[in-house]
Design a protein around this ligand. Structure first.
Ligand SMILES: C[S@@+](CC[C@H](N)C(=O)[O-])C[C@H]1O[C@@H](n2cnc3c(N)ncnc32)[C@H](O)[C@@H]1O
Length: 255
């Protein structure tokens, strides 16, 4: 992402016009979010789990869901991915991503699209990135189901905000209807619901504890291949534990 010194004022002005930025990207000597509350984000996060993906993606296709300004999509292209598509619902972030693509010369496509619309792509991607999006969704399991059913070809790199207990208890497959105390165990899978705001963000809806996060991924048909960081998982698409298809029409009336 180099350019001559005489380009610097233009790039600086454009960075300001396109702000505020959530991701700190480097364009020449300039940074898009140097004062990010999390530090040099997402570079410092990426360093903690970059090793779980191949250094050479050998032309594999990549979909970055909730790509924001494209940080991870660009990293995949730098690793020799083939077609890289970044999608996001927020046009302001997509404008940032397209600007960085132009300045860097990295061939990444960006489209406005929700995770719920991804079946319309009619394509399975070798690698899907689904980082920092699930807790922003009102229908998290629907998103995981759709990605499994239509979009993930092989692997998915996944991150989700987690709060609460970090243990993953061994549980029975079934408990009696009279069992109540189980639900008071801090380590029982729990999905906290945020009615108003968490971290001043009204788009934070469901925040899982660790046991719930891993159970949700398993029941959606994803096997945990690697868990390099507290909230980050490398997943492999596999057979589902059990069917989640809608019951045949009329079934409940006949039961
Ligand atoms: C916390 S940011 C994470 C950005 C990036 N993936 C990362 O890890 O740095 C969440 C992103 O998800 C996007 N987003 C929210 N709802 C979405 C949806 N339904 N489909 C696709 N993207 C969505 C937001 O616009 C935002 O860019």
């Amino acid at each position: 992402m180099d350019q001559g010194h005489n380009e610097t004022p233009r790039v600086k002005r454009r960075i300001e016009e396109l702000g505020p930025w959530f991701q700190n990207l480097k364009i020449g000597g300039l940074q898009t979010a140097p004062d990010h509350f999390l530090g040099d984000y997402p570079t410092f996060k990426w360093k903690g789990f970059a090793h779980v993906l191949p250094e050479d993606l050998e032309g594999r296709s990549v979909l970055d869901v909730g790509c924001n300004a494209g940080f991870y999509a660009f990293e995949m292209k730098k690793r020799n991915a083939g077609h890289v598509l970044g999608i996001d619902t927020d046009e302001r972030y997509l404008a940032q991503a397209r600007f960085v693509a132009e300045e860097s010369g990295l061939d990444v496509e960006f489209r406005r699209m929700s995770v719920y619309e991804t079946p319309a792509l009619r394509e399975r991607f070798d690698l899907v990135l689904f980082m920092g999006v699930l807790y922003h969704l009102r229908h998290p399991l629907l998103a995981l189901d759709l990605l499994w059913e239509h979009v993930v070809g092989d692997r998915m790199l996944f991150q989700c905000l987690q709060r609460g207990d970090e243990r993953t208890p061994a549980l029975e497959e079934n408990y009696d209807f009279s069992e109540w105390s189980l639900f008071d165990r801090p380590d029982y899978p729990k999905l906290f619901f945020v009615e108003e705001r968490y971290a001043s963000d009204p788009t934070n809806w469901f925040i899982p504890n660790t046991a719930a996060m891993e159970a949700m991924l398993r029941t959606s048909g994803f096997r945990i291949v690697d868990h390099p960081e507290r909230e980050v998982y490398l997943l492999e698409r596999c057979d589902r534990h059990y069917a989640v298809e809608p019951a045949p029409v009329g079934r409940h009336g006949q039961d």
